[in-house]
Design a protein. Structure first.
Ligand SMILES: [Zn+2]
Length: 454
């Protein structure tokens, strides 16, 4: 069937299934330019397509590529390159085509520069008002999906599901996403913005500890506040983690490459001093290619659906993924600042909704709680309720709550593991295998289901 092969690496990377378990072919010639199209009724994809010319700007109704897929016993023949479409979503290549760049004043360097210069002089209420103004209309954005976008995993599952529907007898094993068969993962991360936040970290650790949850602290090395050795030592000593947050948090890390290179040297030095393996940029500003040159083990700067962040876009996945050697752990939960000050919401309902959706797809819930913003009584209450909710998820839904560096270690080990058949049984080999589980994907009751081996 397959006239022209395309790489199935994106499926192998996500599921860690044996190579050649599902072959992919490309049907016809791809369009010259990428654009928007549907896969099935609900999924919005961005990339090149061979079945028709995808729309260069988002103008529904979109054409559906799914009916063009052909399945046989060896695999799937697709009218698009699956890896390319997944990559362009993860790399947020669709943002310009959605017109988000022009809409968003905060992304124009000159506006941002002016805003950051004026920021210390602006009363907080004015600042919040300006931010709400800049983000107005966000609920009308068609893409990424709100409140969580799972396009990447749904697309991979969509293709796999079509294959298994036609090949129900095929045994389709893979290495389960999380250690010990955990259902999903949750991370608590704290970005330290000002001296007041820094001085509140000890209290925040006490609160985290009272719920049995360890977290990472993203510390700004320069200009914002002093970073005494004793402060770092205390965080490490209590079993929490320190990461580097930007360099000086001026919002200009990604403005010019030459300056970025200069700052990168300084960031390297601080990574060593902080004993940090992870990075987060200020305000979740990002250029993924630049981020991957910073030399960290992992990064946590890319939102899943960035409707409430100054830089629009989103990586459309709730799973960690590799960019070269860098592990990108997406920020999948709305930040505390946006919840309190843009949505003016002091309840858990949005976070519960987002968590539930991530849990359904077995992804990672990445929370950002700023010590600076939970110093108030009401905000502290919300934070504690959230920790209580996470504890509940751990106890009743089998959610794993590690430090980000533990997640990174697991995801790296899992990448190196192999599934091999021994005496008619699938076995996992490689470092960390004792924590890993074999799972099977199946087509059951008209949907794709996962069966975890005990
Ligand atoms: Zn920050």
């Amino acid at each position: 069937m397959i006239s022209r092969k395309q790489s199935a690496q994106v499926i192998i990377d996500h599921f860690r299934c044996p190579a050649h378990q599902l072959q992919l072919g490309l049907k016809g010639e791809l369009s010259g330019e990428p654009g928007f199209f549907h896969f099935g009724s609900g999924l919005i994809c961005y990339g090149k397509c061979s079945a028709f010319t995808p729309l260069s700007t988002y103008r529904p109704p979109l054409l559906d590529a799914q009916p063009q897929v052909e399945i046989d016993s060896a695999g799937a023949l697709l009218p698009f390159d699956l890896s390319e479409v997944v990559e362009s979503l993860r790399r947020e290549e669709y943002t310009a085509a959605l017109g988000y760049g022009a809409r968003n004043w905060a992304q124009r360097p000159i506006m941002r520069f002016g805003y950051y210069l004026a920021r210390p002089l602006l009363p907080v209420t004015v600042r919040k008002h300006l931010q709400r103004l800049a983000l107005r209309g966000w609920r009308q954005h068609p893409f990424p999906g709100w409140p969580v976008d799972k396009t990447v995993e749904q697309l991979l599952e969509g293709v796999l599901g079509m294959y298994l529907r036609e090949n129900r007898d095929v045994e389709w094993p893979f290495i389960w996403f999380w250690p010990e068969g955990k259902q999903a993962c949750a991370l608590m991360t704290h970005d330290v913005e000002t001296e007041a936040g820094r001085d509140f970290c000890e209290s925040v650790m006490n609160v985290d500890d009272s719920y049995g949850i360890k977290a990472s602290f993203q510390v700004v090395p320069e200009q914002r506040y002093k970073v005494p050795e004793s402060y770092l030592h205390q965080i490490h000593q209590r079993g929490f983690e320190v990461n580097v947050q930007d360099l000086n948090h001026d919002g200009r890390l990604f403005d010019e490459f030459e300056e970025f290179q200069r700052r990168r040297e300084a960031i390297h030095r601080y990574a060593e001093i902080f004993q940090a393996r992870g990075f987060r940029s200020a305000v979740l500003y990002r250029k993924v290619d630049w981020l991957s040159t910073l030399g960290f083990e992992y990064d946590m700067s890319i939102p899943n659906a960035a409707h409430l962040d100054p830089q629009a876009g989103g990586c459309c996945t709730t799973f960690p993924y590799f960019v070269g050697e860098l592990l990108e752990i997406p920020v999948t939960m709305t930040q505390d600042y946006s919840l309190f000050h843009i949505l003016r919401d002091y309840s858990l309902s949005l976070w519960r909704e987002q968590s539930r959706r991530v849990l359904e797809s077995h992804g990672v819930m990445t929370y950002i709680i700023h010590p600076d913003y939970v110093r108030g009584k009401v905000e502290m209450r919300v934070f504690q309720d959230l920790l209580g909710y996470l504890r509940e998820l751990r106890e009743h839904e089998d959610v794993w709550i590690p430090l980000p560096r533990e997640l990174s270690k697991w995801w790296r080990q899992r990448r190196q593991m192999q599934l091999v058949k021994k005496d008619n049984c699938w076995e996992i080999i490689g470092e960390g295998r004792e924590r890993a589980r074999v799972a099977y994907a199946k087509w059951q009751n008209e949907k794709l289901v996962y069966d975890l081996q005990s």
